[in-house]
Design a protein around this ligand. Structure first.
Ligand code: SF4
Length: 555
């Protein structure tokens, strides 16, 4: 029997509670007030509350925030710290060499260290005060396409109360259909709804595939007398060890308030070694003598993981279709060389809001009308900033010293470099079975102490991740035969390593030699690495029940 669903109409629906959509919703309400427009605006967030799925570095360049809320400090914006000075080190296995000139795009002096989780909660409070209806714990399960299939009408919320076997439990609640004149998709990198729309409407950039880095981040509580009480630089970036010259990525440490630090390590998913484990990279980074000096006697109090869309300008998709626009990480709005995405995401949401108000005033929600967002983007500082780093990801993906030649050439030519448009390869294509340099086990697991160096499962615990156990797996493995045959034989199941939450486990029965891939979906941190890196595109990440997932408070 078909399920009866309620339909709730809005003027504008924001899907995702990150900085892009929150800034967009606030800007929309500001413009509506200026123009005396009465609007019904809703914002849905899959996490149990705004901020519970928000994870980022996070250094905030305040440029977009100043435009949006000029008195943000007076209004109580939760700032952890202000950057006093930047430092940049190249790490070898035992030594740290200061890079004499910190590249200009990494100058963060005067910017703010924030917790993205806290920042988004604060922005949500402002949006709510301005009249935005915020629904947390509402997971957008599928886009609603127009009958001719060329546009978007809204989003269907996922059903609640479905058992593992697919049957409806006594507490079954059908998801409602939220419709809107314009739906704004701001799901962050690798949004599941965005993926579906891109597949159906062909909106991906035709120039380059998107590429990603997986970041694993911790908040560490330090003793009162710590490194930053003696160091002027409180924003430190690292490259080199443990990834070396072959894989993009690196580490960061930022000083937060109350003797806490934000520490993270990003691994470019263009890596070719199927044995590489991004979580091991984090552990090795933390055990480097220079880093250990900074974090000694600390205690990890929160951990999280997320992918970042790092392809840059040439990977920006079409920004609007009939009835919808795309903002933030889903739309590759990231300053890649500057390692910052909060201000770029916010600005994209604000530009989208301006285009939406124009569409409302002219009562035209077609792609043609919403293309005003692209025009505004093209005239903005946001475009100029992203354009300057247009070839950065491709240069980083180069192997060995060629990487530095390309980076230097781009540095002195405002991003043009030796070759302007440098090609990128999709991350799922880059694993090389034959060249595998087995790195599994290179990190010293005996050093894991459950306090300063924690294993994956302790990290899951520290992320406060919860999923209702009795629900169908939100991780769809399309063909288990591929896992136990081709993937095992060619790559030895890299999902068991690249997942930072130990969701995938491979078992071989000693008696029968039967191979089996087992899943623990309730550990999932929603980082999307598996959806991106699986070499057979055999895994699809979908939204679990609304309210499930991490419970970040500080990262
Ligand atoms: Fe990330 Fe996939 Fe593991 Fe979930 S299952 S934590 S999305 S890699």
């Amino acid at each position: 029997m078909p399920i009866e669903r309620e339909t709730i109409p809005f003027d504008v629906l924001f899907v995702g509670g990150g900085p892009a959509n929150l800034a967009g919703a606030i800007r929309l309400m500001q413009l509506a007030r200026e123009k005396n427009l009465e609007l019904e605006v809703a914002l849905i967030e899959k996490g149990s509350e705004i901020g519970s799925h928000a994870v980022s570095g996070a250094i905030l360049n305040p440029r977009a925030l100043v435009e949006l809320i000029p008195d943000f400090l007076e209004k109580g914006c939760p700032i952890e710290n202000r950057v006093r000075a930047d430092a940049f080190y190249y790490l070898t296995r035992d030594k740290a060499f200061p890079v004499p000139v910190v590249p200009c795009y990494m100058h963060n002096h005067g910017f703010y260290v924030v917790s993205q989780s806290r920042l988004t909660r604060w922005l949500a409070g402002i949006a709510e005060e301005m009249g935005v209806n915020i629904f947390s714990g509402f997971a957008g399960k599928e886009p609603l396409f127009s009958t001719d299939g060329t546009g978007i009408l809204g989003v269907r919320i996922g059903d609640k109360g479905i058992g593992k076997d697919g049957t409806h439990r006594s507490n079954f609640e059908p998801g409602v259909d939220l419709t809107a004149s314009v739906t704004v998709f701001g799901e962050g990198a690798r949004g599941s709804l965005f993926q579906e729309i891109a597949k159906k409407l062909g909106i991906d950039s035709l120039k380059m595939p998107q590429v990603y880095e997986t970041g694993i981040k911790e908040v560490i509580q330090l003793p009162d007398d710590h490194y930053f009480t003696r160091s002027q630089a409180n924003d430190i970036h690292f490259m080199g060890y443990p990834l070396g010259l072959y894989t993009p990525g690196g580490g960061f440490i930022y000083e937060m308030a109350d003797n806490r630090i934000s520490l993270g390590f990003l691994t470019g998913l263009s890596y070719d070694d199927p044995f590489l484990d991004p979580y091991d990279m984090l552990l090795e980074f933390k055990q480097h003598p220079f880093v250990m000096d900074i974090i000694r006697d600390g205690k990890v109090i929160e951990q999280g993981a997320r992918t970042v869309s790092n392809g840059g300008f040439f990977t920006i998709p079409r920004l609007s279709v009939d009835g919808a626009v795309f903002v933030g990480g889903s739309a590759a709005m990231q300053n890649v060389p500057g390692l910052k995405g909060i201000h770029t995401a916010m600005k994209s949401g604000m530009l989208a809001a301006e285009a939406i108000i124009h569409a409302i005033e002219s009562n035209d929600f077609s792609q043609h009308a919403l293309d005003r967002y692209t025009e505004l983007f093209d005239q903005s500082w946001l475009r100029a900033e992203i354009f300057e780093g247009r070839n950065f990801a491709a240069a980083l993906a180069k192997k060995g010293p060629a990487k530095y030649i390309h980076l230097a050439a781009q540095y002195v030519t405002a991003g043009k470099g030796i070759r302007d448009v440098m090609p990128l390869e999709a991350d799922y294509l880059t694993l090389k079975a034959k060249d595998a340099r087995d790195k599994s086990g290179t990190s010293d697991k005996s050093a894991v102490d459950g306090v300063l160096l924690v294993d994956k499962l302790t990290g899951v615990y520290l992320s406060r991740t919860l999923h209702r156990e009795d629900q169908p797996s939100h991780l769809l493995v399309h063909d288990l035969n591929i896992c136990v045959n081709q993937c095992y034989e060619t790559y030895q199941n890299p999902c068991t390593r690249f997942c930072p939450a130990q969701v995938y486990e491979f078992h071989i029965d000693e008696t029968t030699s039967r191979r089996e891939l087992r899943l623990n979906p309730s550990n999932c941190l929603h980082c999307k690495t598996c959806d991106i890196k699986d070499p057979y595109r055999n895994i699809t990440w979908t939204c679990p029940e609304g309210g499930d997932g991490p419970g970040y408070k500080l990262v």
